[in-house]
Ligand binder design. Structure first.
Ligand code: TXA
Ligand code: MG
Length: 345
């Protein structure tokens, strides 16, 4: 295939000019970032960006993040930047951090869903960074998945659902963080987390002194409420199978509750931490990683959510994690995957 570049085990990026040219010409490129894979297009070309929405089946009012490789690109697309915003960008870029800023006129309405703000991120993944640099334009990119499905963290997982819609595919192996970037908007000089991600609330607090977490990060949105981020409104990450999330700080309580659910349901599948796997006597238990290393669970979780339907379970029981550090991002995704079916003890 001449529109496929395998960069899994190489640091030789000399052929990135090919996908960069595809971006320049208005095509769609599947590419890795440190968080999840993205579906990229020239962020300043409305027609190219429209094709992202078609490929994903995404609602027009759900805005895209523009990915940049320099502060020159930032100044092209964003204005009125405050000292706090600059401080955060300097601290967390390049990296899994997206900031909502006032947009300039050059940013097409399709990118922002008609909002006067734009989400901006400078990724640290070398392939992503080089792609943006060589395309020489901000790249609009949502997570690589059909809308509603878990985000892609490796090419195999998303190949079937996306390959015929892409003009070029770059394979960079498994992504490092595994969940998407942290989306922040600074309000009254305080960073407010609209979506938790690779940069944690604790990281933000260390730099900004204070941090707020939007209540919709963990709570269900009521129909009448106005949201700061359109993405909060939509169903996301959910397998077709019915899922339930269970968590307690007391591990004994957690495993007993799951054993109880196992006895009440036929054909259950469990997503369990490595430490608890031997405690469950069911045919299908998937290992999410060590509860002592939530980073490992973040890396695995989207792949596992994609896998569960293949076992055809009557119910998927998922062990939660502590809502701190990267755990907040994991729980934000799992609560949505379970459509708010969450037992917390
Ligand atoms: O890690 C990531 O952020 C990945 C990689 C590819 O960079 N991208 C990603 O994009 O997750 P997406 O489109 O799946 O999620 C972007 C989120 C959505 O929830 C969207 O509503 C929100 O960011 N967002 C984007 N622009 C916004 C804006 N101007 N105001 C408020 N929320 C915004
Ligand atoms: Mg997404």
């Amino acid at each position: 295939m001449n529109n496929y570049l395998d960069l899994k085990n190489t640091k030789n990026f000399s052929e990135i000019d090919k996908p960069a040219n595809v971006i320049k010409k208005g095509g769609l490129v599947l590419f890795p970032t440190e968080t999840v894979y993205g579906i990229g297009a020239n962020g300043l070309n409305s027609d190219a960006v429209k094709n992202i929405f078609i490929a994903k089946g995404r609602k027009q009012d759900n805005p895209l993040i523009l990915h940049i490789s320099s502060f020159e690109m930032l100044n092209l697309i964003a204005k009125d930047i405050t000292d706090m915003e600059l401080k955060l960008m300097n601290a967390f870029w390049p990296g899994p951090f997206t900031i909502i800023l006032n947009k300039t006129n050059i940013v097409p309405d399709v990118v922002t869903g008609g909002l006067d703000t734009v989400g901006v991120r400078m990724p640290s993944n070398k392939i992503a960074f080089e792609l943006i640099k060589q395309a020489n334009t901000p790249i609009a990119a949502p997570s690589a998945n059909i809308s509603g499905k878990p985000s892609g963290t490796n090419v195999q997982d998303i190949f079937d659902e996306l390959c015929d819609k892409m003009d070029f595919i770059i394979d960079g192996g498994n992504t490092e963080v595994g969940v998407e970037s942290t989306v922040v908007r600074v309000i009254d000089n305080v960073p407010v987390i609209l979506r938790p991600g690779g940069v944690t609330a604790e990281d933000l607090k260390r730099v900004a002194g204070d941090v707020k977490i939007d209540k919709h990060v963990l709570a269900k949105l009521e129909n009448t409420e106005k949201v700061l981020s359109p993405g909060m409104k939509y169903r996301h990450y959910a397998p077709n199978s019915k899922c339930v999330l269970v968590y307690s700080d007391d591990n004994q309580k957690l495993t007993s509750k799951i054993q109880e659910l196992v006895s009440e349901n036929k054909n259950p599948l469990i997503i369990s931490s490595t430490e608890n796997i031997s405690k469950y006597d069911v045919p299908h238990v998937l290992n999410s990683g060590s509860s002592k290393r939530p980073q490992e669970i973040a890396q695995n979780i989207f792949r596992l959510l994609r896998k569960v339907d293949s076992y055809n379970p009557d119910i998927v029981i998922i062990e939660g994690v502590k809502e701190e550090g990267i755990g907040l991002a994991i729980m934000n995704r799992l609560i949505r995957a379970c459509e708010y079916n969450y037992i917390k003890m």
